[in-house]
Design a protein around this ligand. Sequence first.
Ligand SMILES: [Zn+2]
Ligand SMILES: [Zn+2]
Length: 152
Amino acid sequence: MEHRIDQIKKQLHAQSYKLTPQREATVRVLLEREEDHLSAEDIYLLVKEKAPEIGLATVYRTLELLSELKIVDKINFGDGVSRYDLRKEGAEHFHHHLVCIECGSVEEIEEDLLGDVEKIVQRDWGFQVKDHRLTFHGICKQCQEGSVQLKK
Ligand SMILES: [Zn+2]
Ligand SMILES: [Zn+2]
Protein backbone atom coordinates (compact mmCIF):
# COMPACT_ATOMS: atom_id res chain seq x y z
CA MET A 1 0.00 0.00 0.00
CA GLU A 2 2.65 2.53 1.06
CA HIS A 3 4.70 1.56 -1.95
CA ARG A 4 1.77 2.26 -4.28
CA ILE A 5 1.10 5.59 -2.54
CA ASP A 6 4.74 6.46 -3.05
CA GLN A 7 4.56 5.64 -6.72
CA ILE A 8 1.45 7.73 -7.22
CA LYS A 9 3.12 10.57 -5.34
CA LYS A 10 6.01 10.38 -7.81
CA GLN A 11 3.64 10.34 -10.79
CA LEU A 12 1.98 13.48 -9.45
CA HIS A 13 5.31 15.17 -8.76
CA ALA A 14 6.49 14.40 -12.29
CA GLN A 15 3.58 16.56 -13.51
CA SER A 16 4.19 19.21 -10.83
CA TYR A 17 1.26 18.20 -8.66
CA LYS A 18 1.38 17.52 -4.94
CA LEU A 19 -0.17 14.66 -3.08
CA THR A 20 -2.22 16.82 -0.73
CA PRO A 21 -3.90 15.13 2.28
CA GLN A 22 -7.24 15.24 0.43
CA ARG A 23 -5.74 13.64 -2.66
CA GLU A 24 -4.01 11.05 -0.51
CA ALA A 25 -7.25 10.14 1.27
CA THR A 26 -8.89 9.63 -2.12
CA VAL A 27 -6.00 7.51 -3.40
CA ARG A 28 -6.11 5.36 -0.25
CA VAL A 29 -9.79 4.61 -0.77
CA LEU A 30 -9.08 3.62 -4.38
CA LEU A 31 -6.26 1.33 -3.25
CA GLU A 32 -8.30 -0.26 -0.46
CA ARG A 33 -11.18 -0.93 -2.82
CA GLU A 34 -9.09 -1.80 -5.84
CA GLU A 35 -11.31 -4.75 -6.77
CA ASP A 36 -14.38 -2.56 -6.87
CA HIS A 37 -15.54 -0.17 -9.52
CA LEU A 38 -16.76 2.76 -7.49
CA SER A 39 -18.66 5.84 -8.60
CA ALA A 40 -17.53 9.31 -7.51
CA GLU A 41 -20.31 9.32 -4.89
CA ASP A 42 -19.21 5.94 -3.48
CA ILE A 43 -15.65 7.20 -3.29
CA TYR A 44 -16.74 10.44 -1.68
CA LEU A 45 -18.63 8.60 1.10
CA LEU A 46 -15.62 6.41 1.84
CA VAL A 47 -13.16 9.32 1.77
CA LYS A 48 -15.44 11.23 4.12
CA GLU A 49 -14.95 8.50 6.75
CA LYS A 50 -11.23 9.28 6.74
CA ALA A 51 -11.37 12.99 6.10
CA PRO A 52 -14.75 14.33 7.28
CA GLU A 53 -13.94 17.88 6.14
CA ILE A 54 -13.60 16.89 2.50
CA GLY A 55 -16.22 18.04 -0.02
CA LEU A 56 -17.67 16.20 -3.00
CA ALA A 57 -16.24 18.83 -5.38
CA THR A 58 -12.72 18.18 -4.09
CA VAL A 59 -13.13 14.45 -4.58
CA TYR A 60 -14.42 15.05 -8.12
CA ARG A 61 -11.49 17.31 -8.96
CA THR A 62 -9.04 14.78 -7.56
CA LEU A 63 -10.60 11.99 -9.62
CA GLU A 64 -10.47 14.15 -12.75
CA LEU A 65 -6.81 14.94 -12.12
CA LEU A 66 -5.99 11.28 -11.49
CA SER A 67 -7.69 10.28 -14.73
CA GLU A 68 -5.88 12.97 -16.68
CA LEU A 69 -2.61 11.60 -15.34
CA LYS A 70 -3.72 8.05 -16.19
CA ILE A 71 -3.46 6.93 -12.60
CA VAL A 72 -7.12 5.98 -12.68
CA ASP A 73 -9.31 5.11 -15.62
CA LYS A 74 -12.85 6.29 -15.91
CA ILE A 75 -15.21 3.64 -17.10
CA ASN A 76 -18.89 3.30 -17.83
CA PHE A 77 -20.48 -0.13 -17.93
CA GLY A 78 -23.54 1.11 -19.77
CA ASP A 79 -25.61 2.07 -16.71
CA GLY A 80 -24.85 5.77 -17.11
CA VAL A 81 -22.62 5.88 -14.04
CA SER A 82 -18.96 6.84 -14.37
CA ARG A 83 -16.78 4.57 -12.31
CA TYR A 84 -13.16 4.97 -11.38
CA ASP A 85 -10.69 2.19 -11.65
CA LEU A 86 -7.10 2.31 -10.52
CA ARG A 87 -4.70 1.42 -13.28
CA LYS A 88 -2.66 -1.66 -12.41
CA GLU A 89 0.92 -1.01 -11.48
CA GLY A 90 3.08 -0.64 -14.58
CA ALA A 91 0.16 -1.31 -16.93
CA GLU A 92 0.33 0.53 -20.23
CA HIS A 93 -3.22 -0.25 -21.10
CA PHE A 94 -6.46 -0.31 -19.26
CA HIS A 95 -7.40 -3.82 -18.17
CA HIS A 96 -10.39 -5.56 -19.71
CA HIS A 97 -13.69 -6.19 -17.98
CA LEU A 98 -16.23 -8.98 -17.97
CA VAL A 99 -19.59 -7.60 -16.87
CA CYS A 100 -22.34 -10.05 -15.98
CA ILE A 101 -25.74 -8.94 -17.26
CA GLU A 102 -27.51 -11.12 -14.69
CA CYS A 103 -25.82 -10.39 -11.36
CA GLY A 104 -23.84 -7.28 -12.27
CA SER A 105 -20.51 -8.73 -11.16
CA VAL A 106 -17.40 -7.34 -12.82
CA GLU A 107 -14.32 -9.44 -13.38
CA GLU A 108 -11.02 -8.09 -14.59
CA ILE A 109 -8.61 -9.45 -17.15
CA GLU A 110 -5.20 -7.96 -16.62
CA GLU A 111 -3.54 -9.64 -19.53
CA ASP A 112 -3.69 -7.44 -22.63
CA LEU A 113 -5.60 -9.37 -25.27
CA LEU A 114 -5.56 -6.62 -27.84
CA GLY A 115 -1.91 -6.44 -28.86
CA ASP A 116 -2.53 -7.97 -32.27
CA VAL A 117 -5.67 -5.93 -32.84
CA GLU A 118 -3.71 -2.76 -32.15
CA LYS A 119 -1.09 -3.76 -34.70
CA ILE A 120 -3.79 -4.25 -37.34
CA VAL A 121 -5.35 -0.88 -36.53
CA GLN A 122 -1.96 0.81 -36.79
CA ARG A 123 -1.06 -0.97 -39.99
CA ASP A 124 -4.36 -0.73 -41.88
CA TRP A 125 -5.68 2.56 -40.61
CA GLY A 126 -2.42 4.34 -39.86
CA PHE A 127 -3.87 5.14 -36.46
CA GLN A 128 -1.50 5.42 -33.56
CA VAL A 129 -3.17 3.59 -30.69
CA LYS A 130 -2.51 4.98 -27.23
CA ASP A 131 -5.05 3.03 -25.23
CA HIS A 132 -8.24 1.06 -25.51
CA ARG A 133 -11.28 -0.07 -23.56
CA LEU A 134 -12.66 -3.54 -23.73
CA THR A 135 -15.75 -4.64 -21.86
CA PHE A 136 -17.46 -7.95 -22.49
CA HIS A 137 -21.10 -8.21 -21.51
CA GLY A 138 -22.37 -11.67 -20.78
CA ILE A 139 -23.22 -14.22 -18.14
CA CYS A 140 -20.67 -15.12 -15.50
CA LYS A 141 -19.77 -18.66 -14.47
CA GLN A 142 -21.76 -18.52 -11.23
CA CYS A 143 -24.90 -17.38 -13.03
CA GLN A 144 -24.48 -20.05 -15.68
CA GLU A 145 -24.28 -22.63 -12.90
CA GLY A 146 -27.49 -21.25 -11.48
CA SER A 147 -26.12 -20.19 -8.12
CA VAL A 148 -26.97 -16.54 -8.53
CA GLN A 149 -25.11 -14.38 -6.05
CA LEU A 150 -26.97 -11.27 -5.16
CA LYS A 151 -25.07 -8.10 -5.78
CA LYS A 152 -24.40 -6.18 -2.60
ZN1 LIG B 1 -11.41 -2.81 -13.42
ZN1 LIG C 1 -23.43 -13.27 -12.85
